[in-house]
Design a binder for this molecule. Structure first.
Ligand SMILES: NC(=O)c1ccc[n+]([C@@H]2O[C@H](COP(=O)([O-])OP(=O)(O)OC[C@H]3O[C@@H](n4cnc5c(N)ncnc54)[C@H](OP(=O)(O)O)[C@@H]3O)[C@@H](O)[C@H]2O)c1
Length: 230
């Protein structure tokens, strides 16, 4: 079983990659820098797991295409995709203070990158009539919880949630489950040192959604394994 994890070199992605490897997945450890991807794969192998590194910036569509071609050639299929890579560039900023480049980089990474990953990987899942896609979202993207500040990040995650619903509907008969997961506030570079959760604990719920059995939900927005309001 092959699991692709974007942004696996630190934070939640690092833990998800190691947790999936611990469940017998061959992890394709994606990171922007090749040496970072190599380090994740080496760490997984050191712990007895299987992993392959892949240099991937999700804002570069041609790299995503290369990944899909490489996966097809090497493995012929993919069972799990975790769209984890993300940026939070406008933390605490009102809309008036957000630059166009912050806005565009946020949308390109958090939303368009994930959309392209889904587009390119889906045929590899459809072929085997099995797939689990986890879009790592955020409570900041919940319309039910919507508030002020970090508009770029909020809109990117609300968009990711919408993408999750569309894709879940489109894959309902294909043995593929697509869910959005809010990991809670985790102590990573993004979450900061004051965050309330251990990253490994937050990652566990992402890993859980990536390994759902046939009875598990699809098209849901999940936190701690429970559906929350979009
Ligand atoms: N931590 C939290 O409290 C929290 C809460 C809600 C949601 N989330 C979500 O959880 C996910 C992981 O967050 P985190 O806390 O682990 O953040 P993090 O520690 O800042 O790690 C972010 C990861 O994303 C990668 N990344 C950023 N831009 C990329 C790009 N263009 N292409 C490929 N990889 C890219 C980074 O790679 P580099 O090392 O190369 O920069 C890094 O591996 C994100 O989607 C985030 O929005 C986090």
């Amino acid at each position: 079983m092959i699991a692709v994890v974007t942004g696996s070199n630190r934070g939640l992605g690092w833990h998800v990659a190691h947790q999936l490897a611990g469940q017998e997945y061959h992890v394709v450890a994606c990171a922007r820098r090749h040496e970072d991807a190599m380090a994740v794969a080496a760490s997984i192998r050191q712990q007895g797991g299987e992993a392959s590194p892949f240099a991937l910036d999700v804002t570069h569509p041609e790299q995503i295409q290369e990944l899909a071609a490489w996966l097809t050639e090497l493995f012929g299929g993919v069972e799990v995709l975790v769209n984890n890579a993300g940026v939070l560039l406008d933390q605490g900023l009102p809309l008036s203070a957000i630059s166009l480049s912050q806005w565009q980089r946020t949308l390109d990474t958090n939303l368009t990158g994930a959309m392209l990953m889904c587009q390119m990987i889906l045929p590899l899942m459809r072929a085997s009539h099995y797939g689990r896609i986890v879009n790592v979202s955020s409570g900041y993207g919940s319309l039910a919880e919507m508030g002020e500040h970090q508009a770029a990040y909020r809109v990117s995650k609300a968009g990711l949630n919408a993408l999750t619903r569309v894709l879940a509907a489109e894959t309902a008969d294909d043995g593929i489950k697509v869910n959005a997961v809010c990991p809670g506030w985790a102590r990573t570079d993004m979450g900061g040192p004051q965050a309330s959760r251990e990253p490994a604990d937050s990652a566990r719920w992402i890993t859980w959604a990536a390994t759902l059995d046939d009875h598990g939900p699809s098209g849901a927005f999940l936190r701690d394994g429970q559906p929350i309001e979009f």
